[in-house]
Design a protein around this ligand. Structure first.
Ligand code: AMP
Ligand code: ZN
Ligand code: FE
Ligand code: FE
Length: 277
């Protein structure tokens, strides 16, 4: 089995890198991609453990970018791991912009009458505190009755607590991934607010290498459509569960929701073969 989309406690997952490597072993995963938001720290920590466990680890990342004013997630995969120095510096800037956003988010939520502090949010977020950790905090404090309500009422782009953050434009982020020798893949295209077929030429022109055709949120017919679009536009294909552990308990590593995910075994070979920098 193979899974190229997963999160650890280094971002908003609930499994530590070590626990994720263990879970991969238990599930029979042969190749695992760790794609934490804005950080390689989970991958870095998992690397030696994976090697010992005989698990092939793929270095990945998930970036939040802006496209036509909306947030679009972009995966980066680095199949040869040298030369990431500049890219690591660049994501340092993204991490700084996230911290700055979090300071303003706390202020905004306090303005709205919610009694929360940065310390409390960071205690839930570890290295990479994000909106899901704020949602968890609001839930624990009884301000909302579930995580989705926290987003709907306070944290979503259209909600009253939302504060903007400097996010790179989609094309800029793709370019940074490519400059570092990586493969840029459009994450979970089902969540796009625009019609994928209509914007694919633009994404392709920006340098996009692949689309994530296989994902826990995709139905079989959606996956088929994404495979067809990838073929039409000369794009590679990636796939994974988007495993987050206990915060999304219905999604299982490798197999998705109720076994709805099946990522082809030779996907990484195809990425290696098809990639032209
Ligand atoms: P951040 O990177 O801190 O801005 O948080 C972004 C993350 O919050 C995304 O990766 C999603 O997991 C989650 N998220 C954003 N918007 C929503 C929403 N409307 N409903 C549920 N989760 C969301
Ligand atoms: Zn996530
Ligand atoms: Fe995502
Ligand atoms: Fe993800």
């Amino acid at each position: 089995m193979i899974d190229l989309h997963s999160h650890t406690t280094a971002s908003d997952g609930t499994y530590s890198p070590a626990q994720l490597v263990d879970e991969a072993g238990r599930t029979g995963i042969r190749i695992l991609g760790i794609t934490d938001h804005d950080t390689f720290s989970g991958y870095d920590q998992a690397l030696a453990l994976a090697r010992r466990a005989g698990l092939e680890l793929v270095c990945g990342i998930e970036l939040s970018t802006k496209l036509h004013g909306h947030s679009v997630h972009l995966l980066g995969y680095f199949l040869g791991t040298d030369g990431l120095g500049d890219f690591r510096n660049w994501i340092g800037d993204l991490q700084a912009s996230r911290r700055d956003r979090n300071v303003r988010l706390v202020a905004r939520l306090r303005e709205l009458g919610l009694d929360i502090t940065m310390e409390e949010a960071e205690a839930r977020g570890g290295g990479m505190t994000g909106r899901p950790h704020f949602a968890q905090l609001l839930l624990e404090k009884g301000y909302v009755s579930n995580m989705q309500q926290a987003f709907d009422d306070y944290l979503d782009e259209s909600a009253k607590g939302y504060v903007t953050r400097r996010e790179p434009q989609f094309a800029e982020a793709v370019q940074h991934i490519r400059d570092a020798g990586g493969i840029g893949s459009l994450a979970h295209p089902i969540r796009l607010r625009e019609d994928l077929a209509a914007i694919l030429p633009e994404l392709r022109a920006a340098g996009l290498n692949a689309i994530e055709a296989y994902h826990s949120d995709h139905s079989p017919s959606q996956t088929a459509l994404y495979l067809e679009l990838a073929a039409q536009h000369g794009l590679l294909v990636t796939g994974g569960s988007d495993f987050h552990g206990a915060v999304k308990p219905e999604i299982r590593l490798g197999t998705g929701r109720d076994g709805n995910l099946r990522v082809p075994e030779d996907l990484v070979d195809r990425l290696r073969a098809g990639y032209n920098a």
